[in-house]
Ligand binder design. Sequence first.
Ligand SMILES: *[C@@H]1O[C@H](CO)[C@@H](O)[C@H](O)[C@H]1NC(C)=O
Ligand SMILES: *[C@@H]1O[C@H](CO)[C@@H](O)[C@H](O)[C@H]1NC(C)=O
Ligand SMILES: *[C@@H]1O[C@H](CO)[C@@H](O)[C@H](O)[C@H]1NC(C)=O
Length: 407
Amino acid sequence: MNQPNYFLRVVAFVSILFSAVWASPPTPVSVAKRAVCTPASAGNAGTDDVPAIQAAFKSCGNGGTIVIPAGKTYAIRSTLSFAGCVNCDFQVEGTLKMSEDLTFWNGKQAVILISGVTGARMRSVTGTGLVDGNGVPYWIQFAADSSYRRPTLVYITGSSAITISSLRFKNPANVFHSVTGGSSNVVYDSLRMDATSTANATAKNTDGFDIGTSSHVTVRNTMVTNQDDCVALKAGSNFALVSNITCDGSHGLSVGSLGGGAGSKDSVTNAFLGPAVMKNSAKAVGIKLYEGGSSHGVATVSNVTWSGITVQNCDYAIQIQSCYSAADTTNCVSNTDSLTGVTFTGFTGTTSTKFSPVVANLNCAPSSTCNVVVNGFSVKPPSGTASVLCSNIDGSLGLSCSGKASG
Ligand SMILES: *[C@@H]1O[C@H](CO)[C@@H](O)[C@H](O)[C@H]1NC(C)=O
Ligand SMILES: *[C@@H]1O[C@H](CO)[C@@H](O)[C@H](O)[C@H]1NC(C)=O
Ligand SMILES: *[C@@H]1O[C@H](CO)[C@@H](O)[C@H](O)[C@H]1NC(C)=O
């Protein structure tokens, strides 16, 4: 059960003395220290520790601290919600481990849910904290049955002033972090995230950060090893900032996919991404838009900059796809997609052999607006002279193109 440490509650009295003229009795002002709750773990993987943690949020969530002590593993057998947290501080020094329970988790939205919360920290003070998504059995299940619906590891919706820092997250069943539902002022800082495939299970859809309808979401000082987007800016993302990130094995720092739904109007605006080190990615950075037509929608990408990108063994340094899902990806309609103020600046490094000597493939659709600029670009293929493919760019790209793009 949950044990509030009342002995840590300190009350200080401050006397305020008035001048002789206004002489009155001293006024005591009490300053209560944060309440601290340390929920107990049952200590076995078969017993859900979430009710105890939830009780701690109830007792200490209003401005207090909830501690998961170092050296202990807490079984997460049901969704752990931050309900009851108002400016709370969730300190994870031990391990939170998602259960292996394929029946229970099928169709659940999140393992950890931060919904409608104003003010929360989730962090490790000592740096030992781990959130283990126990993904292997879920990847195996999904490979066998693609209708199996795996939860996101940490899902933030309709929340503001949230900071998640100095933690390690490993092997999520699905996406690591999602933020959406009009959330604002969310910071992910100093995280280490890794999804590692095993001999019999390939990690699947392990996006690092999916940033949807939100404003002022920041990701910084973070290392991600995964198999899907490292960061994906999705529809409704505004003022996202990604800085000092290292991504290994991913699909890169991406905008999209956008315009997938029939009649959808998806936009990503005012984002800045970099500096970043991108290793072994399908693309270091890029934009992915569905083709047009009645079964898809319109995409708007405006004022988005990638800056200071180091490319190491990525298939493309930059890839723009505007014909995603089209039968002919060299010449599709776009439902008047619009790319304006899209800038790629300060790119260095070397691509992989996959498309060598092509280092970038920038495909805008014929009917779209495509104001894209590249400058300070010195990425090279492993051998030979770099070439760039591009189609339907408006104005001056800043690179010379040697052929028609696709994708
Ligand atoms: C394959 O995955 C299952 C389920 O997680 C695991 O128990 C088993 O040890 C794995 N086998 C190998 C050879 O990795
Ligand atoms: C960048 O992030 C790494 C962790 O991935 C950290 O060690 C380093 O100090 C950060 N650099 C700066 C300038 O903050
Ligand atoms: C473009 O986005 C950046 C943030 O990435 C922001 O600082 C700047 O104000 C935006 N520019 C306009 C014209 O909105």
